[in-house]
Design a protein around this ligand. Structure first.
Ligand code: AMP
Length: 173
């Protein structure tokens, strides 16, 4: 399955100069969606993972299906103010300014094996903040799985020491 052919590039969205990788064209194709979930899952199937952590919001689409298939729990990492109970918060740098992500304090038990999932790795700030949240709760990160990697932004450098999977790589904008 050529997954990359199912990604739509939308130039200058949400602002000028950004080539937005639109995954809705992959999601609406049943076979491509299934293939993507299967390929994201297969390398981690025998790792004894007990929680999938999905990053808001497109990480939820893949992460929930993976957790359901494995019969394990799903944990959302969300933008500030969305999670109702006690949370931990981690700030990270954007091109201009900062943003934050939150996780429920009781979402992961110390020592649990965790797989982090998002749709796309760009500069790596979002995933690195999620790594910190999981580590603060004592989670043991088995890997970080992305559908897409914008390799020219070198986001992997922010995730050094972790096993990273990406199914589709772009080497240039
Ligand atoms: P980063 O923190 O720079 O790695 O950005 C990753 C997050 O931003 C992911 O949750 C992506 O969904 C989103 N994102 C960043 N760049 C793009 C892009 N070119 N196309 C689609 N989504 C993007």
């Amino acid at each position: 399955m050529d997954l990359q052919s199912h990604i739509r590039n939308v130039q200058d969205f949400p602002k000028e100069g950004i080539g937005f990788k639109d995954i809705t064209t992959l999601l609406k194709d049943g076979q491509a969606f299934r293939a993507a979930v299967d390929e994201l899952s297969a390398p981690f199937a025998e790792q004894g993972i007990s929680k999938v952590v999905g990053i808001e919001s497109r990480g939820f689409v893949f992460g929930t299906v993976m957790a359901y298939n494995w019969n394990i729990g799903f944990v959302p990492v969300r933008k500030p103010g969305k999670l109702p109970a006690d949370t931990l918060r981690e700030e990270y740098e954007l091109e201009y300014g900062t943003d934050s992500l939150e996780i429920h304090q009781d979402a992961i038990m110390a020592g649990e094996k965790v797989l982090i999932v998002d749709d796309l790795l760009a500069t790596g700030g979002t995933a690195a903040a999620t790594v910190k949240l999981v580590e603060k709760l004592g989670g043991d990160i088995a890997g970080i799985a992305f559908l897409i990697e914008l390799a020219f932004l070198s986001g992997r450098k922010k995730l050094e020491g972790h096993r990273i999977l990406s199914l589709i790589k772009y080497d240039a904008e």
